[in-house]
Design a protein around this ligand. Structure first.
Ligand SMILES: Nc1ncnc2c1ncn2[C@@H]1O[C@H](COP(=O)(O)OP(=O)(O)OP(=O)(O)O)[C@@H](O)[C@H]1O
Ligand SMILES: [Mg+2]
Length: 259
């Protein structure tokens, strides 16, 4: 199913970080959800973000993808602030894709139409070209036999693989994943993680919010532990998981392993 192909990483001449998060703060009313977040993501990085419920992980991804406007601080793309306006945002989101916990597929569209929605409708790729690219990525995630199916005919794991193919069809530089396996029945988690594992091996740049600790430990190049809107600790996964230095990280991991 996941034959090794040439890298899908865009060939962009820039040696700084693809994404730079600088002193990001996000407030909802009185609640400062992100306190002061800064980190860089370079091409080929697989950054996992872990932390308790409510620590601000989804808000962080949503700020990066401009689904939320930061209260202060910046998100830089290739060193530049992301421009505002619908056209610029669409262009940015075609480079920085997102996969959600709840798949966000259109129920009235087939698998192929869902996949084409981004490439054809947003990126204005000619229909035949969009179809070809979608078939390539649907094949990659093992969903080519289901192109005519509607989402209600698919399992959760299949829906999430379609959502991943849809993100890939935009040929992005980075994909943000927000707990892509949390809504799945346990027996379907593996097939989605396997697709993500193979994307990591091919060098796709990813930021992944996950509660799948073994996956984070094995696949990421860097792990960020967040608590109450702060990055408490970050580093290579082997260090974060086996030798955390901060008490809050130790407590989180102990609780997680115990649960
Ligand atoms: N649109 C919003 N309006 C008000 N409060 C919000 C909004 N979005 C998030 N919050 C609050 O911000 C805090 C962080 O939420 P967020 O969803 O980022 O956490 P999370 O780390 O992703 O949690 P989980 O692991 O449960 O997904 C929570 O207290 C949440 O209630
Ligand atoms: Mg969340």
């Amino acid at each position: 199913m996941m034959a090794k192909e040439k890298s899908i990483v865009a060939d962009v001449p820039f040696d700084g970080p693809v994404i730079g998060v600088r002193n990001l703060k996000k407030r909802f009313g009185d609640h400062l959800v992100l306190e002061d977040i800064s980190f860089d993501v370079h091409q080929g990085d697989v950054v996992t973000v872990i932390g308790s419920s409510g620590s601000g992980k989804s808000t962080l991804l949503r700020c990066i993808n401009q689904l939320e406007t930061p209260t202060s601080g910046q998100v830089l793309y290739h060193g530049q602030a992301v421009p505002s306006g619908t056209a610029a945002l669409n262009a940015f989101r075609s480079k920085v894709g997102m996969v959600f916990q709840s798949f966000n597929l259109f129920n009235n569209m087939t698998v192929l139409e869902n996949c084409m929605a981004g490439a054809h409708l947003v990126k204005h790729m000619p229909k035949e070209e969009a179809k070809e690219i979608c078939m390539k990525y649907l094949t990659k995630v093992g969903m080519a036999p289901y192109v005519k199916a509607k989402p209600h005919q698919l399992s959760g794991g299949m829906k999430q693989r379609v959502a991943i193919a849809r993100a890939l069809a935009m040929e992005p530089e980075v994909i943000l994943f927000d707990e892509p396996t949390s809504a799945l029945d346990p027996e379907m988690v593996g097939e989605v993680l396997q697709v993500m594992r193979s994307l990591a091996q091919e060098g796709l740049t990813m930021i992944i919010v996950t509660h799948e600790m073994a996956f984070a430990r094995d696949v990421s190049t860097r792990t960020i532990f967040m608590d109450k809107g702060y990055i408490v600790e970050e580093g290579p996964p082997a260090r974060i998981f086996y030798h955390p230095t901060e008490e809050r990280t130790k407590l989180f991991l102990t609780r997680f392993i115990a649960s």
